[in-house]
Write a protein that binds this ligand. Sequence first.
Ligand SMILES: Cc1ncc(C[n+]2csc(CCOP(=O)(O)OP(=O)(O)O)c2C)c(N)n1
Ligand SMILES: [Mg+2]
Length: 290
Amino acid sequence: MDEQAVQSYRELRGRLAEAEISERVDALTEMARTVRRLDLGMIERAGLGHIGGDFSVTDILVTLYGAVLSVDPQNPQDPERDRFILSKGHSAGALYATLSVCGFFPEEELATFMAPLSALNGHPNRNKIPGVETNTGPLGHGFPVAVGHALAAKLQGSPRRTFVVLGDGELQEGSNWEAAMTAAHYDLSALTAIVDRNRLQQGARTEETKRLEPLADKWRSFGFEVREIDGHDFAQLLDAIGTRGTDRPVCVIANTTKGKGVSFMEDRAEWHHKVPSAEQVQIAREELSR
Ligand SMILES: Cc1ncc(C[n+]2csc(CCOP(=O)(O)OP(=O)(O)O)c2C)c(N)n1
Ligand SMILES: [Mg+2]
């Protein structure tokens, strides 16, 4: 835990709870800039990482931690905390940078990303990092666990919410659809599944690999309330993620751009896990400070 960062995080949450929408959007935009810059530095240092999916999911993570999730970095195991699971665990870099900004652990630790003996592995590990709910990495496993968390909350009569972020390519794993069926069967209205709909997976477009469309209809037919948004528009993100479902689970289809924020990475399959050269890092850094 990083006390100073926790203090700033608390201040931010307090301020944003009272703020006008434009102020909330500005603050989240600034936080996202910080997260992308930290993540870029981690990947540069490690020479490894999944920058494309990190940058498509950053604004979603920032909205969750900056304005929606009820979590306390000083008490990460509070039984009444909201639960968040990054099912697309390869975007660990973006999650680590976000958690450090909120004070779950000191920012300096980010420099150890993927180094031998570091807690910050290529995929998140709940036994090593405060704030991580479950280990992810093998795609298709996070959503079933999230459904379990949401069902437990319902059985306990708790109002806590559960959120899960899924990759769109990840939806090709059949376990997700079993989980969706289960969530709808139990009317888990405090569960929100967010799909990072960047239309790319590893090395190819989702629609050329295994067609997902009509995606919203699929989720609706499984019993979800669907909210389709621009996943880089903070006002839309706040609206779609901020409220729970009325009587059924929610699926937010967040239309995003893989590599968002860096012109030469945007919507390019090769930036799934390519590492930028020193020159590219410099250009990326400049673009991310605008
Ligand atoms: C079960 C499983 N199969 C394969 C992989 C290797 N893998 C890592 S990321 C990825 C592509 C995922 O695409 P998507 O879910 O769309 O993620 P994003 O575009 O957000 O990076 C694959 C195939 C894995 N992690 N788990
Ligand atoms: Mg994808």
